[in-house]
Design a protein around this ligand. Structure first.
Ligand code: AN7
Length: 362
């Protein structure tokens, strides 16, 4: 199977033949991608029935989320097109990636954020990477609408996932999974917010399948947060709400592409509650040593919901078939959102600086 010595030079270097770039494209990269696909024995045991579960740990990208894969493409193409400034709306991770890659390219980055709803680590990134930050009195959907309006009249390139180069970059995660497993998995589970990423994975899986690099296509199962689940409910959510602020989105831009991915693959769109998300986040950190942000834990919460002893009303599969290879994408690093970990920190024990006192506490 395909193995490349370019894996440490970023997704454009590694996957160049499959991306819309030419020799004239100035590659703006932070060596993103080639993230680990970690086998999870405990999740495999939980699912049972001979299934094997792997976690695609996208939090290990340069800015701590999968957005870097799309942003290396979007910023490279923006610079190729002569852009001096880029703009995005974001729930935090897109803006972190846009700010970092724009800094690398030496161009201006403007980010519109829903005020008060951005995890602390992501807000810190937007400022540290030197972007112009505007917090709007509205939610992500309002911010994206404003970005579209600004893009119509101003000479500023939009780097949200409505920019098709974003999905092109993000599809490389599927290529990497096929590269490691030697084939596509049977089932792929991931969180859905603005719905670009699941659309991009499906693009990547289909492309490698058509090229004969995979013998099958996975069933794509997307999980939305119960309070922000427009695709699941089939209607725009005016006031989306969830602890998983990354996917607090009521009117996803890639709605139809994502719906097609889930339907055409024989998968499904389902929901997980905030309680299920937080429990899965803690479980994954404490049992597999993988700390992810709440939105990412929606994948794991979703997998637990798909577990073999619970018949699913939503999914045409009803059960995950015996012996399935399952990949869960965990999209962002746990350190992005330190505030949600505060409850865990509250249990801290204090002791005088003496060995005996410490041993008494253990
Ligand atoms: C950690 O940063 O939409 O379904 O503005 O940050 O492709 O939107 C983030 C989305 C999942 C959902 N996990 O992906 C943004 C933004 C994390 C995320 C998603 C996001 P999409």
């Amino acid at each position: 199977m395909f193995s490349s010595p370019l894996h440490d030079r970023g997704v454009i270097a590694r996957w160049r033949p499959y991306l819309p770039v030419t020799d004239a494209t100035p590659v703006v990269s932070l060596n993103e991608g080639s993230t680990p696909l970690i086998h999870s024995p405990k999740l495999s045991a939980l699912v049972g029935r001979g299934c094997e579960v792997f976690v695609k740990y996208e939090g290990l990208n340069p800015t701590g989320s999968f957005k870097d894969r799309g942003m290396t493409m979007a910023i490279s193409k923006a610079v190729e097109g002569g852009a001096k400034a880029v703009i995005c709306a974001s729930t935090g991770n897109t803006s972190a990636a846009a700010a970092a890659y724009a800094a690398r390219a030496g161009i201006t980055c403007i980010v519109l954020l829903p005020a008060g709803k951005i995890a602390l680590g992501k807000l810190a990134q937007a400022f540290m990477y030197g972007s112009k930050v505007v917090a709007i009195d509205g939610n992500f959907d309002d911010a994206l609408r404003l970005v579209r309006e600004i893009g119509e009249t101003e000479p500023i390139a939009i780097v949200n996932s409505i920019n098709p180069f974003r999905l092109e970059g993000q599809k490389t995660a599927s290529f990497e999974i096929i590269d490691v497993l030697g084939d596509a998995p049977d089932v792929h589970i991931m969180p859905v917010g603005n719905a670009g990423n699941i659309s991009a994975y499906w693009l990547g899986y289909r492309e490698f399948h058509q090229l004969g690099k995979a013998t099958k296509l996975p069933k794509m199962i997307g999980f939305q947060a119960a309070g922000s689940a427009p695709i699941y409910y089939g209607k725009v959510v005016e006031n989306p709400d969830t602890i998983a602020t990354a996917i607090r989105i009521g009117n996803p831009a890639s709605w139809s592409l994502a719906s097609a991915a889930m339907k055409d693959s024989g998968g499904a769109c389902d929901i997980v509650t905030d309680e299920e998300i937080l429990a899965a986040q803690r479980w994954l950190a404490a049992n597999e040593g993988i700390f992810v942000e709440p939105a990412s834990a929606a994948s794991i919460a979703g997998l637990l919901k798909c577990q073999s002893d619970r018949r699913c009303d939503v999914c045409p599969m009803r059960f995950i078939p015996e012996g399935s290879r399952i990949v869960c994408t965990v999209t962002g690093h746990g350190l992005k959102d330190p505030d949600v970990a505060k409850d865990a920190i509250r249990g801290i024990s204090t002791a005088p600086a003496e060995k005996s006192a410490i041993l008494r506490l253990l």
